[in-house]
Ligand binder design. Structure first.
Ligand SMILES: *Cc1c(COP(=O)(O)O)cnc(C)c1O
Length: 359
């Protein structure tokens, strides 16, 4: 035990003492809640994935996993038309975002990202004691006219979160061509969108794309993401990653998922249909809804405060996400669930609206 006048705080690095940790969306124990707050896929993963889990043996558990995910990378290389040495797999794409900062950005260099975008980026920079610059989007969350000077690495969430908007392809191309650092296209939701920058990552020497199976493939729980980019740069990430960063159970599930990709694509289409129909129904009710390219809707609720709406929905057992930062506090982010879940949501919104009218 430490003496009463001492604490163990002194042993903690200053930047960690100051650090404000990332706040993930709530994961309630109660399974009855309608959970539309963390952009999970509402459908189960393909049966082949569940079979892979069932058939996993004790002998496979006893051994260390393949440290470099050879079979998965072969499959992904064939899918994307690149070489396996242009691919690295991670424990979720979040892990890869941190590896990119660790491998590429010096202590006196600056990282850039749009505001608003994924709220993990500043946390990762703080962990690495790196300076960062938030680049404000336009008032309607569109691409701003700036020169992106003085940055070593820029994260571009494409489509963007939490706004759900897909930036124009020309803007991405122009940025990659003119930027003198590394452009990281965070494509966590791109399977729900109309275009991707994967070809840029395969062909250019300064572009990396990160992908995730969490949203598109209903596999948030097994933690798998990957990056594609120039072989030299991907090679640097291999040097610093944990030896066994993707566990063997995850590797087996991911292989099965990649082999069942047509099934996953059907579910993606279903989510897109539900998304577009729900957006229309919300607009009919007077909500402003951005044209979503992701599996969530970015909704401005009209004559009720977003924070209040978030609370009222919560009290009815419906979880959506609210971000209290200045640029985002007028909106709620609603994950696209099943048609039934969207029906429950719309009913709750109508009830909230009726109650408001009666008081
Ligand atoms: C969900 C998400 C990720 C992380 O995905 P994982 O593969 O689950 O780590 C990365 N970027 C954005 C913008 C996300 O929304």
């Amino acid at each position: 035990m430490l003496p009463a006048d001492m604490t163990s705080k002194q042993f903690i690095r200053k930047n960690v003492q100051r650090l404000e940790a990332y706040v993930p969306g709530e994961q309630p124990k109660d399974r009855r809640v309608v959970k539309l707050n963390t952009n999970e896929n509402p459908y189960p993963p393909p049966q082949a994935v569940l079979d892979a889990l069932q058939n996993f043996s004790g002998d496979q558990l006893r051994r260390y996993p393949d440290p470099v995910c050879t079979d998965i990378r072969d499959q992904l290389a064939a899918k994307h038309g690149c070489s396996p040495d242009q691919i690295i797999c991670g424990n979720g794409s979040d892990e890869i975002l941190l590896l990119l900062l660790r491998a590429l950005v010096e202590k006196d260099e600056t990282v850039g990202f749009f505001d608003p975008s994924y709220s993990l980026y500043p946390v990762l920079c703080d962990i690495e004691s790196l300076a960062y610059q938030k680049i404000p989007l336009t008032g309607s969350f569109e691409w701003p006219e700036t020169d992106f000077g003085g940055l070593k690495l820029i994260f571009v969430t494409q489509p963007n979160a939490p706004t759900s908007l897909l930036f124009p392809r020309e803007k991405i191309e122009a940025l990659c061509a003119s930027f003198d650092g590394v452009v990281v296209l965070d494509e966590a939701y791109v399977e729900f969108a109309a275009h991707s920058g994967m070809d840029l990552a395969i062909a250019r020497d300064n572009v990396v794309v990160t992908r995730s199976l969490s949203k598109s493939a209903s596999l948030a729980g097994i933690r798998f993401g990957y990056a594609v980019g120039p072989a030299e740069l991907i090679g640097a990430l291999y040097k610093i990653k944990d030896s066994y960063n993707v566990n063997s159970l995850t590797q087996a599930c991911v292989l099965a998922a990649l082999e069942s990709w047509p099934e996953i694509e059907k579910q993606i289409k279903q989510v897109q249909e539900t998304r577009d129909r729900t957006a229309g129904l919300l607009r009919d009710r007077g909500y402003e809804v951005a044209g979503s390219s992701a599996n969530f809707l970015w909704v401005q609720p009209g004559d009720i405060e977003a924070e209040k709406l978030h609370k009222l929905l919560q009290s009815r057992g419906i979880l959506v996400r609210f971000f209290c930062a200045a640029a985002t506090r007028g909106y709620v982010r609603i994950t696209v669930g099943t048609d039934e879940e969207m029906e429950v949501l719309l009913q709750a919104l109508d009830e909230i609206n009726d109650e408001k009218a009666n008081c």
